[in-house]
Design a protein around this ligand. Structure first.
Ligand SMILES: *[C@@H]1O[C@H](CO)[C@@H](O)[C@H](O)[C@H]1NC(C)=O
Ligand SMILES: *[C@@H]1O[C@H](CO)[C@@H](O)[C@H](O)[C@H]1NC(C)=O
Ligand SMILES: *[C@@H]1O[C@H](CO)[C@@H](O)[C@H](O)[C@H]1NC(C)=O
Ligand SMILES: *[C@@H]1O[C@H](CO)[C@@H](O)[C@H](O)[C@H]1NC(C)=O
Length: 509
Protein backbone atom coordinates (compact mmCIF):
# COMPACT_ATOMS: atom_id res chain seq x y z
CA UNK A 1 0.00 0.00 0.00
CA UNK A 2 1.35 3.39 -0.89
CA UNK A 3 1.28 6.14 1.69
CA UNK A 4 -0.51 9.41 1.63
CA UNK A 5 1.08 12.60 2.77
CA UNK A 6 3.23 13.74 -0.09
CA UNK A 7 0.52 16.13 -1.28
CA UNK A 8 0.92 19.85 -0.93
CA UNK A 9 -0.70 21.15 2.16
CA UNK A 10 -2.79 24.24 1.91
CA UNK A 11 -2.02 27.14 4.17
CA UNK A 12 -3.39 26.52 7.65
CA UNK A 13 -3.78 28.68 10.67
CA UNK A 14 -3.50 27.42 14.25
CA UNK A 15 -6.60 28.05 16.33
CA UNK A 16 -6.78 31.01 18.73
CA UNK A 17 -8.43 29.34 21.74
CA UNK A 18 -5.27 29.11 23.81
CA UNK A 19 -3.70 31.90 25.74
CA UNK A 20 -0.52 31.24 27.67
CA UNK A 21 1.00 34.26 29.32
CA UNK A 22 4.74 33.89 29.34
CA UNK A 23 6.48 35.99 31.98
CA UNK A 24 10.17 36.56 32.49
CA UNK A 25 11.53 36.13 36.01
CA UNK A 26 11.75 39.91 36.41
CA UNK A 27 8.11 40.28 35.36
CA UNK A 28 7.09 37.55 37.78
CA UNK A 29 8.84 39.22 40.70
CA UNK A 30 7.46 42.61 39.78
CA UNK A 31 3.98 41.11 39.39
CA UNK A 32 4.17 39.35 42.74
CA UNK A 33 5.29 42.50 44.57
CA UNK A 34 2.82 44.85 42.90
CA UNK A 35 0.06 42.27 42.98
CA UNK A 36 0.38 41.74 46.70
CA UNK A 37 -0.24 45.45 47.25
CA UNK A 38 -2.55 46.28 44.37
CA UNK A 39 -4.75 43.20 44.05
CA UNK A 40 -6.50 43.49 47.46
CA UNK A 41 -6.80 47.27 47.22
CA UNK A 42 -8.16 47.20 43.69
CA UNK A 43 -10.57 44.37 44.24
CA UNK A 44 -11.79 46.06 47.42
CA UNK A 45 -12.52 49.37 45.67
CA UNK A 46 -14.02 47.67 42.63
CA UNK A 47 -16.33 45.68 44.91
CA UNK A 48 -17.22 48.81 46.86
CA UNK A 49 -18.24 50.80 43.77
CA UNK A 50 -20.04 47.76 42.48
CA UNK A 51 -22.08 47.53 45.68
CA UNK A 52 -22.91 51.24 45.64
CA UNK A 53 -24.41 50.73 42.20
CA UNK A 54 -26.83 48.18 43.54
CA UNK A 55 -29.48 50.44 45.13
CA UNK A 56 -29.17 53.01 42.32
CA UNK A 57 -29.64 50.37 39.66
CA UNK A 58 -32.60 48.88 41.53
CA UNK A 59 -34.36 52.24 41.60
CA UNK A 60 -34.73 52.26 37.85
CA UNK A 61 -37.52 49.76 37.61
CA UNK A 62 -38.81 50.06 41.18
CA UNK A 63 -42.58 50.21 41.33
CA UNK A 64 -43.13 49.66 37.61
CA UNK A 65 -45.67 47.17 36.30
CA UNK A 66 -44.72 44.30 33.99
CA UNK A 67 -46.12 46.21 31.03
CA UNK A 68 -44.11 49.33 31.84
CA UNK A 69 -40.98 47.24 32.25
CA UNK A 70 -41.42 45.88 28.74
CA UNK A 71 -41.14 49.40 27.31
CA UNK A 72 -38.02 51.56 27.02
CA UNK A 73 -37.50 53.50 30.25
CA UNK A 74 -38.05 57.24 29.93
CA UNK A 75 -38.17 60.32 32.16
CA UNK A 76 -36.30 60.78 35.43
CA UNK A 77 -35.56 57.08 35.69
CA UNK A 78 -33.47 57.52 32.58
CA UNK A 79 -31.76 60.89 32.95
CA UNK A 80 -31.34 60.87 36.72
CA UNK A 81 -30.00 57.33 37.12
CA UNK A 82 -28.04 56.81 33.93
CA UNK A 83 -25.05 59.03 34.71
CA UNK A 84 -24.39 57.76 38.26
CA UNK A 85 -24.40 54.15 37.08
CA UNK A 86 -22.13 55.00 34.16
CA UNK A 87 -19.69 56.84 36.44
CA UNK A 88 -19.70 54.09 39.03
CA UNK A 89 -19.09 51.48 36.31
CA UNK A 90 -16.16 53.55 35.18
CA UNK A 91 -14.93 53.70 38.78
CA UNK A 92 -15.07 49.91 39.04
CA UNK A 93 -12.76 49.55 36.06
CA UNK A 94 -10.60 52.49 37.10
CA UNK A 95 -10.03 50.60 40.34
CA UNK A 96 -8.99 47.53 38.39
CA UNK A 97 -6.30 49.53 36.58
CA UNK A 98 -8.01 50.78 33.44
CA UNK A 99 -6.96 54.34 34.09
CA UNK A 100 -7.54 55.63 30.57
CA UNK A 101 -9.64 54.38 27.72
CA UNK A 102 -8.62 55.61 24.29
CA UNK A 103 -11.54 56.08 21.94
CA UNK A 104 -11.02 56.34 18.19
CA UNK A 105 -13.66 57.14 15.63
CA UNK A 106 -17.21 58.34 16.25
CA UNK A 107 -19.99 56.34 17.80
CA UNK A 108 -23.16 56.33 15.71
CA UNK A 109 -26.55 56.95 17.28
CA UNK A 110 -29.17 54.25 17.77
CA UNK A 111 -31.12 55.36 14.68
CA UNK A 112 -28.08 55.27 12.45
CA UNK A 113 -26.76 51.95 13.79
CA UNK A 114 -29.04 50.07 16.20
CA UNK A 115 -26.34 47.45 16.70
CA UNK A 116 -22.75 47.61 17.92
CA UNK A 117 -20.73 44.52 16.97
CA UNK A 118 -17.67 44.28 19.21
CA UNK A 119 -14.66 42.09 18.41
CA UNK A 120 -12.33 40.47 19.14
CA UNK A 121 -13.88 39.15 22.35
CA UNK A 122 -10.98 38.58 24.74
CA UNK A 123 -12.26 38.24 28.26
CA UNK A 124 -14.99 39.05 30.78
CA UNK A 125 -13.23 42.41 31.21
CA UNK A 126 -14.48 43.38 27.72
CA UNK A 127 -17.69 44.40 29.42
CA UNK A 128 -15.82 47.64 30.13
CA UNK A 129 -16.64 48.75 26.58
CA UNK A 130 -20.18 49.48 27.82
CA UNK A 131 -18.89 52.53 29.69
CA UNK A 132 -17.51 54.60 26.80
CA UNK A 133 -20.39 53.36 24.63
CA UNK A 134 -22.95 54.89 27.03
CA UNK A 135 -24.31 51.65 28.53
CA UNK A 136 -25.99 50.07 25.50
CA UNK A 137 -28.24 47.06 26.01
CA UNK A 138 -26.66 43.62 26.29
CA UNK A 139 -27.87 40.08 25.78
CA UNK A 140 -27.30 37.82 28.77
CA UNK A 141 -28.31 34.50 30.23
CA UNK A 142 -31.48 34.66 32.28
CA UNK A 143 -29.69 32.57 34.93
CA UNK A 144 -27.53 35.63 35.70
CA UNK A 145 -30.54 37.62 36.88
CA UNK A 146 -30.53 35.77 40.16
CA UNK A 147 -26.95 36.90 40.92
CA UNK A 148 -26.67 39.74 43.43
CA UNK A 149 -25.84 43.16 41.93
CA UNK A 150 -25.41 41.68 38.44
CA UNK A 151 -29.10 40.82 38.42
CA UNK A 152 -29.99 44.41 39.34
CA UNK A 153 -27.62 45.77 36.69
CA UNK A 154 -29.16 43.55 34.03
CA UNK A 155 -32.58 44.86 35.00
CA UNK A 156 -31.28 48.40 34.91
CA UNK A 157 -29.90 47.69 31.45
CA UNK A 158 -33.23 46.18 30.34
CA UNK A 159 -31.03 43.40 29.01
CA UNK A 160 -32.37 40.81 26.61
CA UNK A 161 -32.45 37.53 28.46
CA UNK A 162 -32.12 34.09 27.07
CA UNK A 163 -32.14 30.79 28.89
CA UNK A 164 -29.77 28.11 27.72
CA UNK A 165 -32.13 25.30 28.49
CA UNK A 166 -35.39 26.68 27.20
CA UNK A 167 -35.75 26.75 23.39
CA UNK A 168 -38.92 28.83 23.79
CA UNK A 169 -36.92 31.62 25.44
CA UNK A 170 -34.52 31.57 22.50
CA UNK A 171 -37.33 32.22 20.07
CA UNK A 172 -38.65 34.97 22.27
CA UNK A 173 -35.21 36.55 22.53
CA UNK A 174 -34.79 36.56 18.74
CA UNK A 175 -38.18 38.25 18.41
CA UNK A 176 -37.38 40.86 21.04
CA UNK A 177 -34.01 41.48 19.46
CA UNK A 178 -35.60 42.11 16.09
CA UNK A 179 -38.26 44.35 17.61
CA UNK A 180 -35.70 46.49 19.42
CA UNK A 181 -33.28 46.65 16.51
CA UNK A 182 -36.01 47.84 14.17
CA UNK A 183 -37.54 50.31 16.63
CA UNK A 184 -35.91 53.25 14.87
CA UNK A 185 -34.24 54.66 17.96
CA UNK A 186 -37.04 54.10 20.46
CA UNK A 187 -34.91 51.46 22.21
CA UNK A 188 -31.24 52.07 23.07
CA UNK A 189 -28.45 50.57 21.00
CA UNK A 190 -27.69 46.87 21.47
CA UNK A 191 -24.14 45.68 21.95
CA UNK A 192 -23.09 42.17 21.00
CA UNK A 193 -19.93 40.13 20.72
CA UNK A 194 -20.74 38.25 17.50
CA UNK A 195 -17.97 35.70 18.03
CA UNK A 196 -19.96 34.43 21.00
CA UNK A 197 -16.87 33.30 22.88
CA UNK A 198 -13.43 34.57 23.73
CA UNK A 199 -10.19 33.90 21.86
CA UNK A 200 -6.60 35.00 22.22
CA UNK A 201 -7.12 37.64 19.54
CA UNK A 202 -4.76 36.29 16.87
CA UNK A 203 -7.67 35.47 14.53
CA UNK A 204 -11.35 36.36 14.32
CA UNK A 205 -13.62 33.34 14.61
CA UNK A 206 -16.85 32.91 12.70
CA UNK A 207 -19.54 35.43 13.64
CA UNK A 208 -22.86 34.06 14.86
CA UNK A 209 -25.64 35.22 12.55
CA UNK A 210 -28.05 36.12 15.42
CA UNK A 211 -27.03 39.76 15.58
CA UNK A 212 -27.36 40.13 11.82
CA UNK A 213 -30.77 38.56 11.45
CA UNK A 214 -32.71 41.81 11.63
CA UNK A 215 -30.74 43.15 8.66
CA UNK A 216 -30.21 46.58 10.25
CA UNK A 217 -27.03 48.68 9.90
CA UNK A 218 -24.29 47.72 12.31
CA UNK A 219 -21.37 49.67 13.66
CA UNK A 220 -18.27 47.47 14.01
CA UNK A 221 -16.27 48.24 17.15
CA UNK A 222 -12.69 47.04 17.61
CA UNK A 223 -11.32 46.34 21.07
CA UNK A 224 -7.59 46.39 21.55
CA UNK A 225 -5.46 45.98 24.64
CA UNK A 226 -2.14 47.47 23.51
CA UNK A 227 -0.07 46.45 26.50
CA UNK A 228 3.44 45.13 26.86
CA UNK A 229 1.97 42.14 28.68
CA UNK A 230 -1.27 40.66 27.40
CA UNK A 231 -2.80 39.99 30.82
CA UNK A 232 -6.47 40.48 30.05
CA UNK A 233 -7.28 37.48 27.92
CA UNK A 234 -9.10 34.44 29.15
CA UNK A 235 -10.14 31.74 26.72
CA UNK A 236 -10.67 27.98 26.34
CA UNK A 237 -7.20 26.88 27.45
CA UNK A 238 -4.31 28.50 29.25
CA UNK A 239 -4.60 31.35 31.73
CA UNK A 240 -7.60 31.06 34.08
CA UNK A 241 -9.92 33.99 34.82
CA UNK A 242 -8.44 34.34 38.30
CA UNK A 243 -4.96 34.59 36.80
CA UNK A 244 -6.21 37.09 34.23
CA UNK A 245 -7.65 39.20 37.05
CA UNK A 246 -4.53 38.84 39.19
CA UNK A 247 -2.07 39.67 36.38
CA UNK A 248 -4.20 42.58 35.19
CA UNK A 249 -4.59 44.14 38.61
CA UNK A 250 -0.89 43.69 39.31
CA UNK A 251 0.05 45.99 36.42
CA UNK A 252 0.31 49.67 37.23
CA UNK A 253 -2.28 50.34 34.58
CA UNK A 254 -3.81 48.61 31.57
CA UNK A 255 -4.37 50.20 28.16
CA UNK A 256 -7.61 49.77 26.27
CA UNK A 257 -8.44 51.23 22.88
CA UNK A 258 -11.99 51.27 21.54
CA UNK A 259 -12.23 52.00 17.83
CA UNK A 260 -15.53 52.76 16.12
CA UNK A 261 -15.45 51.85 12.43
CA UNK A 262 -17.84 53.46 9.94
CA UNK A 263 -21.42 52.19 10.07
CA UNK A 264 -21.94 49.21 7.77
CA UNK A 265 -25.24 49.17 5.92
CA UNK A 266 -26.20 45.75 4.58
CA UNK A 267 -26.94 45.24 0.89
CA UNK A 268 -30.20 43.66 -0.22
CA UNK A 269 -28.44 40.33 -0.54
CA UNK A 270 -26.95 40.58 2.95
CA UNK A 271 -30.34 41.49 4.44
CA UNK A 272 -31.78 38.30 3.00
CA UNK A 273 -28.81 36.21 4.07
CA UNK A 274 -27.71 36.87 7.68
CA UNK A 275 -24.84 34.37 7.37
CA UNK A 276 -23.40 36.30 4.45
CA UNK A 277 -23.92 39.60 6.28
CA UNK A 278 -22.12 38.20 9.34
CA UNK A 279 -19.28 36.86 7.21
CA UNK A 280 -18.74 40.16 5.42
CA UNK A 281 -18.65 42.14 8.67
CA UNK A 282 -16.26 39.57 10.11
CA UNK A 283 -13.91 39.99 7.13
CA UNK A 284 -14.09 43.75 7.32
CA UNK A 285 -13.19 43.71 11.01
CA UNK A 286 -10.42 41.16 10.51
CA UNK A 287 -8.96 43.35 7.77
CA UNK A 288 -9.04 46.38 10.03
CA UNK A 289 -7.29 44.40 12.75
CA UNK A 290 -4.80 42.86 10.32
CA UNK A 291 -5.60 39.32 11.44
CA UNK A 292 -7.15 36.39 9.55
CA UNK A 293 -10.89 35.71 9.48
CA UNK A 294 -11.39 32.01 10.12
CA UNK A 295 -14.41 29.71 10.07
CA UNK A 296 -13.63 28.34 13.52
CA UNK A 297 -16.46 28.10 16.04
CA UNK A 298 -16.94 26.84 19.58
CA UNK A 299 -19.44 23.97 19.68
CA UNK A 300 -20.25 21.98 22.82
CA UNK A 301 -17.22 23.62 24.43
CA UNK A 302 -14.89 22.33 21.75
CA UNK A 303 -13.21 24.50 19.11
CA UNK A 304 -14.22 23.12 15.75
CA UNK A 305 -14.41 24.15 12.12
CA UNK A 306 -17.14 23.21 9.69
CA UNK A 307 -16.82 21.40 6.42
CA UNK A 308 -20.27 21.13 4.88
CA UNK A 309 -22.21 19.17 7.47
CA UNK A 310 -19.06 17.82 9.11
CA UNK A 311 -17.80 19.05 12.47
CA UNK A 312 -14.01 18.97 12.59
CA UNK A 313 -12.37 19.39 16.00
CA UNK A 314 -9.40 21.73 15.84
CA UNK A 315 -7.55 19.46 18.22
CA UNK A 316 -8.31 16.08 16.69
CA UNK A 317 -8.42 13.30 19.34
CA UNK A 318 -6.85 10.93 16.80
CA UNK A 319 -3.73 13.07 16.59
CA UNK A 320 -3.25 12.90 20.34
CA UNK A 321 -4.04 9.17 20.34
CA UNK A 322 -1.40 8.63 17.67
CA UNK A 323 1.14 10.58 19.70
CA UNK A 324 0.26 8.60 22.84
CA UNK A 325 0.72 5.31 21.01
CA UNK A 326 4.05 6.44 19.64
CA UNK A 327 5.17 7.52 23.08
CA UNK A 328 4.11 4.18 24.51
CA UNK A 329 6.70 2.61 22.24
CA UNK A 330 4.45 1.32 19.45
CA UNK A 331 6.88 1.03 16.56
CA UNK A 332 4.78 -0.78 13.96
CA UNK A 333 1.70 1.45 13.92
CA UNK A 334 0.26 -0.28 10.91
CA UNK A 335 0.32 -3.66 12.59
CA UNK A 336 -1.34 -2.26 15.71
CA UNK A 337 -4.10 -0.61 13.69
CA UNK A 338 -4.64 -3.82 11.77
CA UNK A 339 -4.86 -5.72 15.04
CA UNK A 340 -7.67 -3.45 16.21
CA UNK A 341 -9.54 -3.70 12.94
CA UNK A 342 -9.21 -7.49 12.87
CA UNK A 343 -10.54 -7.63 16.40
CA UNK A 344 -13.65 -5.72 15.27
CA UNK A 345 -14.09 -8.02 12.27
CA UNK A 346 -13.87 -11.12 14.40
CA UNK A 347 -17.19 -10.21 15.96
CA UNK A 348 -15.84 -9.03 19.30
CA UNK A 349 -17.62 -6.28 21.22
CA UNK A 350 -16.64 -2.95 19.64
CA UNK A 351 -16.71 -0.90 22.82
CA UNK A 352 -13.69 -1.83 24.87
CA UNK A 353 -12.51 -0.70 28.28
CA UNK A 354 -9.09 0.78 28.91
CA UNK A 355 -8.11 -2.55 30.43
CA UNK A 356 -9.09 -4.47 27.30
CA UNK A 357 -7.44 -1.93 25.03
CA UNK A 358 -4.20 -2.17 26.96
CA UNK A 359 -4.15 -5.94 26.74
CA UNK A 360 -5.17 -6.01 23.06
CA UNK A 361 -2.37 -3.65 22.12
CA UNK A 362 0.08 -5.16 24.56
CA UNK A 363 0.60 -1.86 26.33
CA UNK A 364 2.51 -2.26 29.55
CA UNK A 365 1.26 1.08 30.82
CA UNK A 366 -2.49 1.07 31.40
CA UNK A 367 -2.37 4.85 31.83
CA UNK A 368 -1.90 5.26 28.06
CA UNK A 369 -5.04 3.24 27.34
CA UNK A 370 -7.02 5.28 29.86
CA UNK A 371 -5.84 8.50 28.28
CA UNK A 372 -6.75 7.29 24.81
CA UNK A 373 -10.25 6.36 25.99
CA UNK A 374 -10.74 9.76 27.58
CA UNK A 375 -9.86 11.48 24.30
CA UNK A 376 -12.90 9.90 22.66
CA UNK A 377 -15.49 9.66 25.41
CA UNK A 378 -16.18 10.66 28.97
CA UNK A 379 -16.25 7.11 30.30
CA UNK A 380 -13.35 4.70 30.41
CA UNK A 381 -14.40 3.06 27.17
CA UNK A 382 -13.73 3.56 23.51
CA UNK A 383 -15.27 2.30 20.29
CA UNK A 384 -12.46 0.30 18.78
CA UNK A 385 -13.69 0.97 15.23
CA UNK A 386 -13.66 4.70 15.76
CA UNK A 387 -10.24 4.61 17.38
CA UNK A 388 -8.68 2.42 14.68
CA UNK A 389 -10.19 4.25 11.71
CA UNK A 390 -9.51 7.76 12.99
CA UNK A 391 -5.91 7.03 13.89
CA UNK A 392 -5.38 5.26 10.58
CA UNK A 393 -6.94 8.24 8.77
CA UNK A 394 -4.64 10.76 10.37
CA UNK A 395 -1.51 8.61 10.31
CA UNK A 396 -1.09 8.78 6.55
CA UNK A 397 -0.26 5.06 6.53
CA UNK A 398 -3.35 4.09 4.54
CA UNK A 399 -4.34 5.18 1.06
CA UNK A 400 -7.70 6.91 0.90
CA UNK A 401 -9.13 3.99 -1.06
CA UNK A 402 -8.14 1.31 1.39
CA UNK A 403 -9.15 3.44 4.35
CA UNK A 404 -12.62 4.08 2.96
CA UNK A 405 -12.91 0.41 2.09
CA UNK A 406 -11.90 -0.70 5.58
CA UNK A 407 -14.19 1.78 7.33
CA UNK A 408 -17.06 0.89 5.03
CA UNK A 409 -16.87 -2.82 5.78
CA UNK A 410 -16.70 -2.06 9.51
CA UNK A 411 -19.93 -0.09 9.43
CA UNK A 412 -21.92 -1.88 6.75
CA UNK A 413 -23.88 -4.04 9.19
CA UNK A 414 -25.16 -7.16 7.46
CA UNK A 415 -23.00 -6.52 4.38
CA UNK A 416 -25.86 -4.88 2.47
CA UNK A 417 -23.47 -2.96 0.27
CA UNK A 418 -24.71 0.45 1.42
CA UNK A 419 -24.98 2.37 4.69
CA UNK A 420 -28.10 3.43 6.59
CA UNK A 421 -28.37 7.00 7.89
CA UNK A 422 -27.14 5.93 11.33
CA UNK A 423 -24.29 3.93 9.83
CA UNK A 424 -23.21 6.82 7.62
CA UNK A 425 -23.12 9.02 10.71
CA UNK A 426 -20.88 6.52 12.52
CA UNK A 427 -18.72 6.01 9.42
CA UNK A 428 -18.02 9.74 9.19
CA UNK A 429 -17.56 10.03 12.96
CA UNK A 430 -14.94 7.29 12.70
CA UNK A 431 -13.00 8.98 9.91
CA UNK A 432 -13.00 12.33 11.73
CA UNK A 433 -12.64 10.76 15.18
CA UNK A 434 -15.41 12.96 16.55
CA UNK A 435 -19.25 12.74 16.78
CA UNK A 436 -21.05 14.03 13.70
CA UNK A 437 -24.51 15.22 14.73
CA UNK A 438 -25.45 16.96 11.47
CA UNK A 439 -25.09 14.29 8.79
CA UNK A 440 -28.80 13.59 8.25
CA UNK A 441 -28.95 16.10 5.41
CA UNK A 442 -25.96 14.58 3.69
CA UNK A 443 -27.62 11.19 3.88
CA UNK A 444 -30.77 12.53 2.27
CA UNK A 445 -28.74 14.17 -0.45
CA UNK A 446 -26.79 11.00 -1.12
CA UNK A 447 -29.81 8.76 -1.00
CA UNK A 448 -31.52 10.87 -3.64
CA UNK A 449 -28.66 10.15 -6.03
CA UNK A 450 -28.33 6.43 -5.41
CA UNK A 451 -27.43 4.68 -2.18
CA UNK A 452 -24.40 5.49 0.01
CA UNK A 453 -22.45 2.57 -1.39
CA UNK A 454 -18.72 2.33 -1.07
CA UNK A 455 -18.24 3.71 -4.59
CA UNK A 456 -20.52 6.68 -3.90
CA UNK A 457 -18.82 7.45 -0.62
CA UNK A 458 -15.47 7.19 -2.30
CA UNK A 459 -16.63 9.63 -4.97
CA UNK A 460 -17.94 11.98 -2.28
CA UNK A 461 -14.68 11.97 -0.33
CA UNK A 462 -12.36 12.24 -3.30
CA UNK A 463 -14.25 14.35 -5.85
CA UNK A 464 -16.86 16.50 -4.09
CA UNK A 465 -15.60 20.12 -4.03
CA UNK A 466 -16.28 20.45 -0.29
CA UNK A 467 -15.96 16.98 1.15
CA UNK A 468 -12.78 16.06 -0.66
CA UNK A 469 -11.10 18.59 1.61
CA UNK A 470 -11.54 16.16 4.49
CA UNK A 471 -8.64 14.18 3.06
CA UNK A 472 -6.74 16.82 1.17
CA UNK A 473 -6.64 19.25 4.07
CA UNK A 474 -7.92 18.02 7.40
CA UNK A 475 -6.71 14.44 7.53
CA UNK A 476 -3.14 15.17 6.62
CA UNK A 477 -0.40 13.52 8.61
CA UNK A 478 1.62 15.77 10.87
CA UNK A 479 4.63 17.23 9.14
CA UNK A 480 7.91 15.59 9.99
CA UNK A 481 8.98 17.29 13.20
CA UNK A 482 11.20 20.24 12.52
CA UNK A 483 14.42 20.58 14.51
CA UNK A 484 14.44 21.63 18.20
CA UNK A 485 12.21 24.70 18.35
CA UNK A 486 9.14 22.97 16.87
CA UNK A 487 6.56 22.81 19.62
CA UNK A 488 5.41 19.32 18.72
CA UNK A 489 5.41 16.53 21.23
CA UNK A 490 2.73 15.66 23.72
CA UNK A 491 -0.45 17.64 23.46
CA UNK A 492 0.76 19.46 20.38
CA UNK A 493 -2.19 20.96 18.60
CA UNK A 494 -3.53 19.66 15.39
CA UNK A 495 -3.11 21.79 12.37
CA UNK A 496 -6.65 22.63 11.43
CA UNK A 497 -7.75 23.47 7.95
CA UNK A 498 -8.58 27.00 7.17
CA UNK A 499 -10.98 28.58 4.78
CA UNK A 500 -8.94 29.25 1.69
CA UNK A 501 -10.78 32.42 0.73
CA UNK A 502 -11.50 33.97 4.08
CA UNK A 503 -8.03 33.26 5.33
CA UNK A 504 -5.91 34.12 2.37
CA UNK A 505 -4.69 37.07 4.37
CA UNK A 506 -1.94 35.48 6.33
CA UNK A 507 -0.76 37.32 9.36
CA UNK A 508 2.34 39.20 8.34
CA UNK A 509 5.30 38.39 10.46
C1 LIG B 1 -2.70 32.56 20.41
O1 LIG B 1 -3.05 31.64 19.42
C2 LIG B 1 -2.08 31.49 18.39
C3 LIG B 1 -2.68 30.58 17.36
O2 LIG B 1 -2.93 29.34 17.90
C4 LIG B 1 -0.81 30.94 18.98
O3 LIG B 1 0.17 30.82 17.97
C5 LIG B 1 -0.32 31.88 20.07
O4 LIG B 1 0.79 31.33 20.70
C6 LIG B 1 -1.42 32.12 21.09
N1 LIG B 1 -0.96 33.16 22.00
C7 LIG B 1 -0.72 32.94 23.29
C8 LIG B 1 -0.22 34.11 24.06
O5 LIG B 1 -0.89 31.86 23.83
C1 LIG C 1 -23.74 35.16 32.82
O1 LIG C 1 -23.31 33.97 33.41
C2 LIG C 1 -22.40 33.21 32.66
C3 LIG C 1 -22.07 31.98 33.41
O2 LIG C 1 -23.22 31.33 33.82
C4 LIG C 1 -21.17 34.04 32.35
O3 LIG C 1 -20.29 33.32 31.50
C5 LIG C 1 -21.56 35.33 31.68
O4 LIG C 1 -20.43 36.15 31.47
C6 LIG C 1 -22.58 36.06 32.51
N1 LIG C 1 -22.99 37.25 31.79
C7 LIG C 1 -23.09 38.44 32.35
C8 LIG C 1 -23.50 39.56 31.46
O5 LIG C 1 -22.88 38.63 33.53
C1 LIG D 1 0.13 51.83 26.97
O1 LIG D 1 0.24 52.44 25.71
C2 LIG D 1 1.31 53.36 25.58
C3 LIG D 1 1.27 53.95 24.19
O2 LIG D 1 0.02 54.41 23.87
C4 LIG D 1 2.62 52.67 25.81
O3 LIG D 1 3.68 53.61 25.75
C5 LIG D 1 2.61 51.99 27.16
O4 LIG D 1 3.79 51.26 27.34
C6 LIG D 1 1.42 51.08 27.28
N1 LIG D 1 1.34 50.57 28.64
C7 LIG D 1 1.57 49.30 28.97
C8 LIG D 1 1.38 48.92 30.39
O5 LIG D 1 1.89 48.47 28.15
C1 LIG E 1 -14.93 29.92 2.69
O1 LIG E 1 -15.16 31.22 2.26
C2 LIG E 1 -15.93 31.29 1.07
C3 LIG E 1 -15.98 32.72 0.59
O2 LIG E 1 -15.74 33.62 1.61
C4 LIG E 1 -17.31 30.73 1.34
O3 LIG E 1 -18.09 30.81 0.16
C5 LIG E 1 -17.17 29.28 1.76
O4 LIG E 1 -18.43 28.76 2.10
C6 LIG E 1 -16.24 29.17 2.96
N1 LIG E 1 -15.97 27.78 3.21
C7 LIG E 1 -16.26 27.19 4.36
C8 LIG E 1 -15.88 25.77 4.47
O5 LIG E 1 -16.77 27.79 5.29
Amino acid sequence: MEQRGSRDRTQRYPHPFVHELKLTTAQKIRGAVLGTVLFPLRVFFAALFFLIMWPIASLRLAGLSEAERAEPIQGWRRWLLHTPVQLLSRAVFFSLGFLWIRVKGRQAGPKEAPLLAVAPHSSFLDILVLVPAGLPTVVSRSENCSLPVIGALLEFNQALLVSRKDPESRKQCVMQLRERLTSNGRWPQILMYPEGTTTNGTALIKFKPGAFMAGVPVQPVLLRYPNKLDTVRWTWKGTSWVQALWYTTSQLYTNLTVEYLPVYTPSKEEKENPALYAENVQKLMADALGIPATDYVMESRMPVSKLGCLTLPLEPPARDALTLLQQAGVSDMKAVLKLMIDSCHSGQEERVSAEQLASLLGLTDRQTATKICSLYSKGEQVDLRQLAVSVAAISGLWTEDSLIHTAFTLYDGGCKGSLSAAELQLFLAALVGYPQPHTAELYKEMASRGQPTRENLQALLTEHPTYQRLFTEYLQPEEAPAPPSANGGPGSHGTPMQNGTANSRKKAD
